[in-house]
Structure formats: structure tokens, C-alpha cells
Design a protein around this ligand. Sequence first.
Ligand SMILES: [Zn+2]
Length: 312
Amino acid sequence: MSSRRQFLQSSALALAASALDWRALLAQPVRPGQPDPLTLVRGTVGTFTGRGGTIGWHIDAKSVVVVDSQYAATALTCLDAVNARTQSRAIDYLVNTHHHGDHTGGNGVFRPAARKILAQRNVPVLQRAAAERAAKAPQPGVTTPPPEQVYADTLFDKTWREPVGNEVMSLTYYGPAHTGGDAVITFERANVVHMGDLVFNRRQPVLDRPGGSSIAGWVRVLEGVLRDHPTDTIYIFGHAGTNFPATGSRADLEVQRNYLTALLDFTRGEVKAGKPRDVVVKFAEPLPGFPDHGPLTERVLGAAYDELTSGT
Ligand SMILES: [Zn+2]
């Protein structure tokens, strides 16, 4: 490259940096010609979809927040993209919506860049217990080393709220649902909410009873989120079925609530009909009324059966 062309390019970059504000940086990929893996949702908030739970982010001139960390490899891609937009400013908060490995497995990648890792108080306890269970019961024939566990260092019980740059971020724990430590993260100005795995948009949910899940609790939690947010809130979902988006509206939360209610009703009917557990879990068809979610699985029906018959 000629020195003149180099000069023109670096001048253009300098001009861009001085003349455009940070909103321009948000609006376009920083590396020309390369696809930007960050998708803007609204205002200063967006998503990154790699492998595992959808990552959320908030970036403005004064602050950087990342919600969830997927696994190490995709966390690196995400961190790289965030750094490109922020000129590698420190991340004020890495938030973990809950303890599952596809939401915390990249914590170690973000750790050096993040001032604080924030989660509900139960999350490190559940994360440690899950790692110990996995170490005790390795998959037969699989000798992969257990992933490095990096834990949240800043914990809250019921609510947490703080300004982050020009945004206000609030976290709420509504009670046991997908796990025993799900945080709902609201970016108040952008009016965007990260739901973690409280919404599996049109696919079978993960019901983690050892991790503290409760289907009945999950229904109540979704009612709480719907009650606490306005009609035009945009929600980010941890997971979505093939051909369904990782963001949506309160109508999608209502579908998730209705699905979980119907799952309990359906399984209760099977129990009342006197069917044993090993028969109930074999119903490999979609839950009646919810064809988009695909066939029910033994794990989903087993969790519903156990919840109904154990009384917890
Ligand atoms: Zn999860």
C-alpha cells in the first residue's frame, strides 16, 4: 500500500473517530468488508448468536455490558467484536443470566476484560454443584477435561439496579423457573429485556430439576415479567427453534407461559389416568396445541411427571 493511500486511510479513520459519535460506531462494522457478528436490537442494546445461549450487549460512550458468555470459542469471537466497537474499553459488567454451561462457559475469556461478573446469589452455588455432578458422572467413553469454571463475583438476591453509562440496568430474580437462579435483565432506556433461558422460543425447554427448576414457578415468573414491563418491550431469548428468532415481544412470552401451563395440565391428566412414569415419558408427539415446539421428549415429560408427583 502506498504511503499516500495509507495516509488517506488513517486520516479517514481519524476523521471518523473525531467527527462521528459512538452511535455511528454502533451502526456499522468497525472492520470494513468483514461481517459484523453483533446485531443491534434497539438503542444501545443488541445480540450475538454463536453457539449456546444468546449473548446480549449494551455499548455506549461510557459503558460496556455483556450478558452471558456461551462457550470459550464463541466468547472469544464475541469479545473481539465488542472490543472492535469499544476500542477495547473495559467491560463494566459481564452478567450471567443463570449457571448453565452454555451461558457461563466463556466467563474465563471475558474475565480479564470484565471489571465485575454479576449474577443472582444462587448462581455460583448451582454452577459449582453442576460441575461436581458432571465430574462424578462423566459420559462413558468421553475423556474431555471439565471446562474451567469462572464464577460471578458480584451477587444480588432479589433486585439490583444501577446506571451504566447513559443506560439504567436492572436485574430481577422472580423465583425458581428454568433454574433456581434466573435473572431477568432490563435495559430500561432501550426498553429491551434479556430473558436468559426463561424463553425457549418455539422449542422444547430444558427443565433442570437438580439445578432448581420449577415448571409451576416458571409460569409465575413469566406472569411477573409481563406485569412489570410495558407492551412495547423487546425481549431477547436464550434459545429459539429453527426458523424462529432469538428476539420477540410479550406475545412470545405468553406462548411460553401457555406452553408450560399446558405441559403441566397434559402430564397431570396422564398421572390421573394412572399411567406409570415410563409410559408417560414415551409420548413422542408435540404437546397438543403447540406444533411449533416439535415432539415432546422424555426429559421434558419426566421433569413434569416428577414435579407433579413429588409435590415440589
Ligand atoms: Zn439454561
